[in-house]
Design a binder for this molecule. Structure first.
Ligand code: NDP
Length: 248
């Protein structure tokens, strides 16, 4: 797909959708750096397991919800001689509760991790992309950022905000060779969804016209295309992939 090898950074690239994206970008011929949370003690084992399958990933810790932590991440990445051409803002969490039960901590955690992270992580990498005249930023939102979801005022608000961020930044850097797009997955078979109670999960599946959860690899292939040379005319888009659950 690509003719030029780039360096990609995938936040939360050590599992779930992020790991699938990391593999797809690696398959497309790029060097790939993943991030994980500071407390993650199994990252070395994960890297080794990936290596046995032919995937070489550098890994850095970061708390994407914390501005200082993200600036420190960029300093370490740059000091190690990497330059980031492709940034995938993927790390995210849920803390579901109806607004009546949602406490301030649950609101703040989701807004800080899912929305503040867009600013925190993109900020130190945008200038180098603009200076080099090439960049791809892919922000992972969610179907629920467009349609809203019972019990997810925090998550829906943050994910809607992700696309606002995308559209504004896309305009700011469009003439500099940097594209900024949102990908909005529907429900995927990752830990985030498999952690939902089984009867609730069946209800989710029943609401998906194609009759199944999405596979992370399906979203990852889309991200790899958006990150490619071929997608240069695509910016400010919100690309949905949700099995027909929400059409717009
Ligand atoms: P997982 O829960 O499987 O993985 C979340 C990832 O984010 C992990 O790598 C985790 O790191 C990382 N992470 C969480 N908090 C932080 C933080 N504060 N700082 C740095 N990294 C952090 O999630 P999914 O793979 O399911 O989801 C990935 C993205 O896709 C999220 O943005 C999610 O909202 C979105 N999405 C997911 C859908 C789904 O159905 N799964 C549907 C639509 C969107 P660690 O392993 O170290 O904890």
């Amino acid at each position: 797909m690509n003719t030029t090898q780039r360096t990609a950074l995938v936040t939360g690239g050590n599992r779930g959708l992020g790991a699938a994206i990391a593999r797809a970008l690696h398959d497309a011929g790029h060097r790939v750096i993943v991030t994980h949370t500071p407390g993650n003690t199994t990252i070395g084992q994960w890297q080794q397991a990936q290596a046995t399958q032919g995937y070489t990933f550098a890994a850095y810790w970061v708390d994407v919800s914390d501005y200082e932590s993200t600036q420190e991440l960029a300093r370490r990445i740059h000091a190690d001689g990497h330059r980031i051409d492709i940034l995938v803002n993927n790390a995210g969490i849920t803390r579901d509760a109806t607004l009546r039960k949602l406490d301030k901590a649950g609101w703040d955690a989701v807004l800080h991790t899912n929305l503040d992270s867009m600013f925190n992580v993109t900020k130190p990498f945008i200038d180098p992309m603009v200076e080099r005249g090439w960049g791809r930023i892919v922000n992972i939102s969610s179907i629920n950022g467009s349609k809203g979801q019972f019990g997810q005022t925090n998550y829906s608000a943050a994910k809607a905000g992700v696309h606002g961020f995308t559209k504004a930044l896309a305009q700011e850097v469009a003439r500099k060779g940097v594209t900024v797009n949102t990908v909005s997955p529907g429900y995927l078979a990752t830990e985030m969804v498999m952690a939902v109670r089984e009867d609730m999960r069946q209800k989710i599946i029943d609401a998906i016209p194609v009759g199944r959860l999405g596979q992370p690899d399906e979203i990852a292939a889309l991200v790899a295309f958006i990150a490619s040379e071929a997608a240069a005319f695509m910016t400010g888009s919100n690309v949905a992939m949700n099995g027909g659950q929400h059409m717009y």
